[in-house]
Design a protein around this ligand. Structure first.
Ligand code: 6LW
Length: 503
């Protein structure tokens, strides 16, 4: 267990930017896979692949059909799927996750993490969130949940054996001991947990024992990771998972946020997945420096995937990064009706509705430009920056007019109206992060909404303060999702551009 990652050229952290919280990682030979929570969105639990821990590509969503993921219309935003655990054992991939708005703890298996994953194996005897899976040498499977408690299960049937037993639960008095992960490393069983709550007091602590049930001895250096009380640009660090790199060195993935603007600071991209090196001292893990530009690991890095700006909707299925609130019936969302177009058929009457027809992708950059070509001839719809049903800014097209609408909590407003030629129109939203704070009350960014004229020039119709589309204002566990929607009739979209803007 002794290998210290060399210091190489800087790489950017988060390694998976945007709303990708509660990361869980596993290694299968030379491949790494990672899963994140996804809450009220369908499909659920995005699955990523990497061979260097630095460059990640989404290869699917583990829960991508209604028989796996039922999120009823009354599922709260930030309800649904909480933290998963992804493990590779006995030649199969295992994913356990809690649907707090449905079946509780459920387990899925796959031979290919890109899918298909199995139908759910229910675990009625496992209570609580943040379920973890760990196997003993004799094949016994232990399921450990927030709190922290543990019960033996049969992962193939979901059967539990005996009563849950309480395990070490972190520092006395620390709130929210959760995100447990149990590892057999060397002569110890290590129990890694998060504590302090997923906000600014978040942290990672660890204890070790000689059996999976303990007793556990807390690490004298706990918390082994926290940024609480610091002015570090990455905050809320916690909810970690350990993994060994290709050279045997150890690393941790964990969640963090990047608050922007004046005080108290607002994060708009949700909780993102970060990476940090880990070394071992006296058989205790020591987490290395967490930096937005961290030293690359000491092994060859993959070429980063080239991500196209434009999605032309030319494929018969939507790309894996597109998500919708709660469900996405084919009759409301298809790329098969008008070849090369995304056709959205309205269900709700506005983005205030829990089942609005909306297809979006996570905002992954502090500044970015999104554009869409919309044909509203048969309805009403447009492009939106969404936090949840009560916090969204949109530019909406009907034949001959566009409007900018804003929903902030109890307030809903038509901010601007603008005549357009009848026919397809290009809508644009530009998000510009606050670069220089000159006023303590300054927000994290500005969201500009408008259209493009016949020459392609941006006609800005409104520039709105982005703080109202932040998690600090909206509450909950998610981050911004930007996409296309229909609020009446049928609306067609020819293409959608998402372009990062360097800060
Ligand atoms: C997650 C738990 C948590 O399951 O929030 O605040 C839940 N901590 O670890 C959703 O991310």
């Amino acid at each position: 267990m002794s290998s210290t990652p060399e210091r190489g050229n800087p790489i950017s952290n988060p390694v998976i930017p945007g709303f990708h919280p509660d990361p869980s990682i596993c290694r299968a030979g030379e491949d790494y896979y990672l899963a994140c929570s996804s809450f009220e969105y369908f499909p659920g639990v995005p699955i990523f692949h990497s061979r260097d821990l630095v460059h990640w590509t989404q290869i699917g969503n583990a829960l991508d059909r209604p028989s796996q993921l039922r999120l009823p219309p009354d599922t709260n935003s930030s309800g649904g799927l909480y933290a998963p655990t992804l493990r590779y054992h006995d030649g199969r991939f295992w994913l356990i996750v809690t649907n707090v708005s449905g079946d509780g703890n459920v387990l899925f298996t796959a031979t290919d993490p890109a899918g298909p994953w199995s139908d759910p194996i229910r675990l009625p005897g496992v209570h609580g969130i943040d379920p973890d899976l760990a196997w003993d040498d004799d094949g016994t499977c232990w399921c450990t949940v927030a709190g922290v408690s543990q019960v033996r299960i049969d992962p193939r049937t979901g059967e539990t054996f005996g009563e849950p037993r309480r395990l070490w639960s972190g520092a006395p008095g620390a709130k929210a001991p959760e995100a447990p992960h149990l590892y057999r490393i060397g002569g110890y069983w290590y129990l890694l947990i998060a504590e302090g709550g997923t906000e600014r007091c978040h942290g990672v602590s660890i204890a070790r024992g000689r059996t999976p049930a303990g007793p556990f001895e807390p690490c004298p250096a706990n918390p082994i990771l926290t940024h609480r009380g610091t002015d570090h640009p990455i905050q809320n660090t916690g909810h970690g998972d350990l993994v060994q790199g290709p050279d045997g060195s150890w690393w941790m993935v964990f969640l963090g946020v990047r608050p922007h603007g004046g005080t108290p600071g607002w994060h708009v991209l949700g909780r993102e997945t970060f990476l940090a090196p880990v070394t071992w001292v006296d058989d205790w893990p020591v987490v290395g420096e967490v930096s937005p530009a961290m030293a690359a690991p000491p092994w060859p890095l993959q070429e980063p995937a080239v991500v196209p700006v434009r999605d032309d909707f030319d494929l018969s299925e939507l790309a894996v990064g597109w998500i919708s609130p709660r469900s996405r019936p084919a009759q409301n969302c298809t790329t098969k009706e008008r070849a090369g177009w995304l056709t959205l058929r309205a269900r709700g009457e506005s983005l205030d509705d829990s089942e609005v027809t909306f297809v979006g992708r996570r905002q992954q950059h502090l500044s970015c430009r999104t554009r869409v070509l919309v044909d509203p001839a048969e309805g009403r719809g447009g492009m939106v920056v969404r936090l949840d049903e009560e916090h969204h800014y949109e530019i909406e097209a009907t034949p001959g007019q566009v409007q900018v609408l804003a929903r902030i909590g109890p307030l809903r407003s038509v901010v601007a109206s603008h005549p357009t030629a009848v026919g397809p129109v290009v809508l644009r939203i530009e998000v510009t992060a606050t670069r220089q704070v000159t006023d303590a009350r300054q927000g994290p960014d500005t969201v500009s909404l408008g259209v493009e004229d016949a020459k392609g020039a941006f006609v800005e119709l409104a520039a709105l303060d982005g703080r109202y589309l932040s998690t600090e204002v909206a509450g909950g566990f998610t981050g911004r999702v930007i996409g296309a929607y229909a609020s009446a009739g049928t609306v067609h979209f020819d293409w959608f551009d998402y372009e990062p803007i360097e800060d």
